[in-house]
Design a protein. Structure first.
Lengths: 71, 482
């Protein structure tokens, strides 16, 4: 089943650490968000290949928004 | 080979008999209790019969514990009058001896054929659990289905451990389907994923039944054999080592918690995946059991929100009831803002944490590592709520809000006139002036809301001395499942 890497909270996307096709391990940083005056890395809980990146730098994401999909 | 004929005959008898032999059935409660307790320590206190429950005493890491176990070989472990009497016997023994009681659950709930009388009996179990609440540690190990009445039994106890085959629900998949039309299986309805991450019903999810028993034994030892704090045995180490360089950068607080607690000692994190923006963990500190509560900036920036306040509040009250001192590691930007939070009752649920800390009489020591702002500053065991001692690292910020956020409000008009190119520099200058004027950490010490500034390399011993010097009290209250 594909794993959805989602944002926990409303935030700005500061940077994206992966591209489609990248292989990632558990705990790899997918994106860096900015919220509550903090820079918060979002890590994947599953290993696999990045099949889709759903956001761009500068986007505002809402709680539950999918950042990337790992197959 | 010699054993082959025996194996063959066992297979043959299994084929002719519809049920496995009760003596060797892995669901036999005597076998389960024997597996749970320290090896060879099992002593039954009720007869092996058709009641559907079995009670015993034994030891967990050497400490005496009472336990009861569902008999899933009879009617799926359903609870009738006789079975509930067995549970009461385990509780009465535990209360009389002042020892923990552990329930090993595999039960479909009340016995249907007995009718209302079985509901009454299950209700009596709930009543004695409530009477025992806060007096003796109660731990539930759910290793099979625990439905209906058998779901609320564990829910009333202090800590619920769920093994991979454990399922907890009020009504099973069949009833859900017939009433609401929703198609759902038992795993998705009440397995480790929903209860470990979403509902907060389960404190500890394990990878095997064996590990569930092991966690149960560790928790019995941590709560019932708390030991004494040996201050001279506390070694200092650089607790700041695992922090990122930038103060804005989020980090996982688990390594910090692990560094505060004794290495090579049992430690159990409760609710690790539910409300992960706060960490609640039992462990040893200088040999003594302590509870650690820590904001985790990696999740939601470490903000407090409805579930995390509730999770922490229940943990504080449990530790207070059993006399477990608290270490509170604070790095909190505030309460999480948003419509969802307000509608979710962040005011009501956040108030539980204020109440829990203000009520607590155990030694409870606070350490501000990086920052503590606003309402969350108060909630995280502040001086005003009666903290035993409040420490802060030299670079910590203690304020109503971050200084940049503050000057954006205080100097809104002036900043509106500044060019975009210069804004960051002007903001920083105003923020520095604001820090000087509001006094920052020095002012917090002056007015007494921070007792002492400690270096990260001297923090463990400072925490230990503060806990050891405080009156060792425990709260006189139950542990309602908040």
């Amino acid at each position: 089943m594909p794993h959805h890497v989602v944002s926990d909270l409303v935030a700005n996307v500061l940077s994206i650490a992966v591209q489609v096709g990248d292989t990632v391990e558990v705990g790899a940083e997918i994106a860096l968000l900015e919220s509550m005056k903090m820079e918060i890395p979002v890590l994947t809980e599953e290993a696999g290949t990045v099949s889709e990146v759903k956001v761009e730098v500068g986007d505002v994401v809402q709680e539950g928004d999918i950042l990337a999909i790992i197959e | 080979m010699a054993h082959q004929p025996n194996e063959a005959s066992a297979t043959a008898s299994a084929a002719t008999k519809p049920k496995p032999d009760r003596a060797t059935d892995p669901r036999n409660p005597r076998l389960r209790l024997a597996e749970f307790f320290d090896e060879g320590s099992l002593e039954l206190i009720t007869p092996e019969d058709d009641s559907g429950m079995l009670a015993a005493v034994g030891t967990c890491q050497g400490t005496p514990v009472a336990a009861f176990c569902s008999d899933a070989t009879i009617m799926g472990g359903a609870m009738g009058v006789a079975g509930c009497k067995v549970v009461l016997a385990a509780y009465e023994r535990a209360l009389a001896d002042g020892i923990p009681v552990v329930g090993i659950w595999h039960s479909g709930g009340a016995r249907l054929p007995e009718g209302v009388v079985s509901l009454h009996a299950v209700g009596e179990v709930f009543a004695i659990m409530t009477r025992a609440s806060g007096k003796i540690p109660q731990i539930s190990v759910v290793i099979g289905a625990a439905a209906g009445g058998a779901a609320y039994g564990p829910a009333l106890t202090d800590i619920v451990i769920l093994a991979p085959d454990g399922r907890i629900f009020v009504t099973g998949p069949d009833v859900v389907r017939s009433v609401t039309g929703e198609a759902v299986d038992a795993l998705r309805l009440g397995g480790p994923e929903p209860h470990g991450r979403r509902s907060g019903v389960v404190h500890v999810v394990t990878e095997s039944t064996e590990q569930a028993y092991e966690r149960g034994r560790q928790l019995c030892s941590l709560l019932a054999d708390q030991g004494t704090l040996d201050v001279s045995g506390i070694e200092d180490l650089d607790l700041e080592e695992t922090f990122p360089e930038s103060a804005k950068r989020a980090y996982d607080v688990h390594p910090v918690v692990d560094n505060v607690l004794d290495k090579d000692a049992d430690s159990v994190e409760l609710h690790p995946r539910w409300a992960p923006n706060i960490v609640t963990q039992l462990g040893r500190f200088g040999g003594r059991t302590v509870g650690v509560i820590a904001n985790n900036p990696m999740r939601l920036g470490g903000c407090l929100d409805s579930p995390s306040a509730e999770k922490a509040a229940r943990f504080v009250r449990m530790c207070d009831a059993f006399g477990v001192p608290l270490i509170v590691l604070v790095d909190v930007p505030g309460y999480l803002p948003g419509v969802g939070q307000e509608w979710d009752g962040v005011v009501r649920r956040g108030a539980k944490l204020l109440h829990a800390f203000a009520e607590a009489t155990v030694p409870r020591v606070t350490l501000v590592t990086r920052k503590t702002y606003g309402g969350a500053y108060i909630a995280m065991n502040s001086r005003s709520l009666g903290a035993t001692k409040v420490f802060a690292w030299p670079t910590a910020h203690v304020a109503v809000m971050g200084s940049v956020a503050a000057i954006r409000i205080l100097h809104r008009r002036r900043l509106a006139e500044v060019d975009d190119a210069e804004r960051a520099a002007v903001e920083q200058q105003l923020a520095d002036e604001h820090d000087l004027m509001s006094g920052g950490l020095a002012r917090a010490v002056e007015i007494g809301v921070v007792d002492e500034i400690v270096e990260p390399t001297a923090t463990r011993s400072a925490l230990a001395t503060a806990i050891a010097e405080a009156p060792q009290r425990r709260g006189d209250h139950g542990n309602i499942p908040l």
